[in-house]
Design a protein around this ligand. Structure first.
Ligand code: AHR
Length: 332
């Protein structure tokens, strides 16, 4: 009775904000009121800001289909208020489980209390919320963003000699931050700062948000290049901003990867290609393929089973040589 329409990620990125259901809503919602025993999940996605996000959306949609879970999917277009509206709509529709990747860390308690009062379990995926009340969600599935930042910083400390492209004894790093207030932006900055503290010659001389987008990274990098001709290193919180920075560096007549070293996070295909081509120097992986684990968790919490409160995604790092080897088999 519930008709499924798998929404392509490209279509989602173009659509206006809407409570886009993968099944029709004509029965008024999911398992609590529905007449079949299929689990209904309401998923409030951040948006379509990056290659990582597109891969994450596809993983969730494909796995819901594969595991027979009815998916109601919303693209919040980077706005917290849209995610909150979507979650409220899922509560009204009496879905069996709500999952979401919070745009920013704070400001979720009220809507999560509404979900709890309605008896609907919530799963955090990809990003955490900053709430004292951990009873508001069942589990958090996603990366350790602090560790990712540390891995980026550790590589720089280990390669400090070649990173001093100006040869003046100091390594000036500019940081392209993710969305302000988002967990990966906060944690990747923190982890990086902790790691580079081991080498006093490394300093973050400027830091600004590029909102996790390619355009954002390009614009911020253009401004940095105009203001400062002593930049040795770009640390971008994701591949897309790093790729935007590459465009700006090339337009300024400089060679990315040589005149200015570049470190990014994600390891999506475009980033890995730039790494293999020598334009990026090091990438810390952040795995977007969370769909399979998310759907298993959804089935468990709906069945009333206990689940681990924190499930950390396993990830690695890539040098230029490793990227060349990994590229042919890269899924996203
Ligand atoms: O939350 C994960 C981050 O969000 C990814 O690293 C970034 O590309 C995305 O926009």
């Amino acid at each position: 009775m519930l008709k499924r329409t798998l929404i392509a990620a490209s279509a989602i990125s173009l659509s206006a904000f809407a409570l886009t259901a993968c099944g029709s809503d004509d029965d008024g919602g999911g398992g609590a009121e529905g007449s079949d025993d299929k689990i209904t999940m309401g998923f409030a996605q951040v948006g379509a800001e990056s290659g990582w996000r597109t891969a994450n959306t596809i993983s969730i949609q494909e796995e819901a289909e594969a595991q027979g879970i009815e998916l109601k999917f919303t693209d919040a277009q980077g706005k917290q208020e849209n995610q909150i509206s979507a979650i409220r709509s899922y509560i009204q529709q009496k879905v069996d489980v709500i999952a979401f990747s919070p745009v920013v860390e704070t400001g979720w308690d009220a809507v999560l209390q509404e979900a709890k009062a309605a008896g609907i379990p919530v799963i955090l995926t990809d990003r955490a919320v900053d709430s004292e009340d951990t009873s508001l969600y069942e589990t958090f599935l996603g990366s350790d963003f602090v560790l990712e930042g540390e891995r980026a910083g550790e590589w720089l400390v280990e390669n400090a000699g070649e990173a001093d492209t100006n040869g003046d004894g100091t390594i000036n790093v500019i940081q392209l931050e993710g969305t302000t207030g988002a967990a990966p932006a906060i944690d990747r900055a923190e982890g990086f700062a902790t790691a580079i503290a081991a080498d006093p010659s490394i300093e973050v001389t400027a830091s600004q948000t590029g909102d996790f987008t390619r355009d954002g990274g390009k614009q911020v990098m253009e401004a940095f290049l105009q203001a400062d001709d002593t930049i040795d290193v770009v640390y971008a919180h994701n591949d897309d901003m790093g790729l935007g920075a590459i465009e700006a560096i090339e337009a300024a007549g400089l060679e990315p990867g040589k005149d200015i070293k570049i470190i990014t996070v994600d390891a999506v295909k475009d980033g890995m290609q730039a790494l293999a081509d020598g334009k990026i120097n090091f990438i810390v992986e952040c795995n977007p393929l969370l769909g399979p684990q998310l759907m298993e968790l959804a089935k468990a919490v709906v069945a009333g089973e206990e689940v681990e409160p924190r499930i950390v995604t396993e990830e690695t790092t890539f040098t230029q040589e490793q990227a060349k080897e990994a590229l042919p088999d890269r899924q996203y």
